[in-house]
Design a protein around this ligand. Structure first.
Ligand SMILES: NC(=O)c1ccc[n+]([C@@H]2O[C@H](COP(=O)([O-])OP(=O)(O)OC[C@H]3O[C@@H](n4cnc5c(N)ncnc54)[C@H](O)[C@@H]3O)[C@@H](O)[C@H]2O)c1
Ligand SMILES: N[C@H](CO)Cc1c[nH]c[nH+]1
Ligand SMILES: [Zn+2]
Length: 426
């Protein structure tokens, strides 16, 4: 982790850079896989599953028997934990559903808006370095609440050619309709274009590594909707003298362990705290099974000490972290000043892990600075909002002249006539 003490104001933004990737080379590689799947369907899926996942599969779809067997192997403790998470995530997301409200803009002119679930959605569940079954809860629960009819899921197969049993349990509990053992770009391509086995969907959701994120962005250019670019995980911790160095180190490591391209950022007003956090990181790292991954991610990561909380908040807003933890004495007042972040965790007892798994909020969030303009996944992400209107004879009389005037001023006589013909026939 690089540490910067009171860096000059002009140089600070440069310190917030995410790890660089060769975007051109990445896109070329991803385009090749997308094209092959579009043209060759299942044959290309087979080829790339063998190449990137090291398994030969004749059938990508999970069978009922496979599902039944897997569900039995999940321990009762894990099932109970997943069930608690499902309950909390459902409670939080259910409240996002608003009943349509009828609005009368003028006497006789009624307008309203209705949310309709996107009929066919595809969920990508990362599984390259860890089977992230918690992501199923974050995607399938809002999809079901939104009323999506077909919810298909792709996740990379393990070396045994199977999906992790907890992935199948979570999918079973949340009502996913079909599950495919497909990962990476080939999974995104299959859902975007459809193949002999995988149905085409209208919108693709879910986080993933740089290949997955790039593939989602490329298919979006071809008219397939996506949730957002949700790439390698990030966390920023904003800490003052009341922060607990051991907690801060644990939070930073929790996201560093996701992948070598993850990034963590510590912004503090306290140099002494940053030193303690570094010592804690060194000690805690030794205990982690994924210490090699976390160590690499820490090489991409930064700690910045600034002179005041105002400067710290400015930096944090400029970084626009996927997750922001505020470990400061007046966390609520500080959080009021946060304008760019995917999800915010307040106080010393709100670790990001709570939101990653079970508190209720969604963990599929914008990374790489996209939190300046994008929100995380919610029920809204799974619906289209259709607007409706109904005019009575009184309504067309009330509004008619305004419409005719505007249409004629735009030189669109046929528009004006669509009103005139009605007014003449009242
Ligand atoms: N932003 C969010 O909301 C969020 C949530 C959860 C996870 N994540 C991130 O998701 C990512 C998961 O990454 P992962 O790799 O573990 O799983 P993944 O499922 O995203 O990617 C694995 C797939 O990548 C493909 N792949 C691997 N190496 C390749 C190569 N050299 N060329 C082409 N394709 C290749 C393979 O097909 C493999 O199946 C992590 O970066 C994690 O931080 C983000
Ligand atoms: N931190 C990830 C989102 O960036 C979500 C996750 C899944 N499992 C553990 N964490
Ligand atoms: Zn996480």
């Amino acid at each position: 982790m690089q540490v910067y003490i009171n860096p000059a104001k002009q140089t600070r933004t440069a310190l917030l850079q995410r790890p660089a990737i060769d975007a051109t080379a990445l896109q070329e590689k991803v385009k090749q896989v997308l094209n092959d799947v579009q043209q060759q369907g299942n044959a290309a899926l087979q080829k790339y599953t063998q190449l990137f996942d090291g398994v030969t599969l004749d059938n990508f779809q999970v069978s009922d028997a496979e599902m039944k067997e897997a569900v039995q192997t999940v321990s009762d403790e894990l099932k109970q934990a997943i069930d608690i998470a499902i309950a909390n995530i459902t409670t939080f997301h259910q409240k996002q559903v608003a009943a349509p409200e009828l609005i009368q803009t003028m006497p006789g002119v009624q307008c309203w808006r209705k949310s309709v679930g996107i009929e066919k959605v595809g969920l990508y569940i990362p599984g390259g370095t860890a089977p992230l079954f918690s992501t199923i809860l974050m995607l399938a629960i809002p999809a079901r609440i939104a009323g999506c009819k077909e919810i298909i899921l792709c996740s990379p197969p393990g070396k045994n050619g199977l999906l992790h049993p907890a992935i199948l349990y979570a999918a079973f509990k949340t009502g996913v309709t079909r599950i495919y053992k497909l990962g990476g770009v080939q999974a995104i391509a299959a859902m975007a274009y459809g193949t002999e086995t995988v149905p085409q969907v209208y919108k693709i959701f879910g986080p993933g590594n740089q290949y997955v994120t790039c593939a989602k962005q490329l298919v979006q250019q071809q008219g397939i909707a996506i949730d957002m670019p949700a790439g390698p995980s990030e966390v920023c911790v904003l800490a003052d003298e009341t922060a607990n160095a051991a907690f801060v180190a644990a939070d930073l490591l929790s996201q560093a362990e996701h992948g070598i391209d993850s990034q963590v950022l510590l912004v503090s007003t306290q140099e002494a705290l940053v030193q303690q956090v570094q010592q804690q990181i060194a000690a805690q790292l030794q205990q982690l099974p994924r210490q090699d991954i976390a160590q690499k991610a820490l090489e991409n990561s930064t700690a910045i000490v600034v002179g005041s909380m105002e400067e710290a908040i400015e930096l944090v807003n400029e970084y626009a972290a996927e997750h922001l933890i505020i470990s400061c004495k007046n966390e609520d007042a500080i959080s009021d000043q946060i304008i760019n972040a995917g999800s915010v965790f307040l106080g010393n007892y709100s670790p990001e892990s709570a939101g990653d798994y079970a508190s209720g909020t969604n963990h599929t969030l914008p990374t790489n600075g996209f939190a300046k303009a994008y929100s995380g996944v919610s029920v809204d992400s799974f619906v289209k909002k259709i607007t409706y209107q109904k005019l009575t004879t009184e309504g067309i009389q009330n509004i008619g002249n305004a419409v005719i005037q505007m249409a004629e001023a735009e030189g669109l006589q046929a528009h004006a006539n669509a009103v005139k013909v009605r007014l003449q026939n009242l």
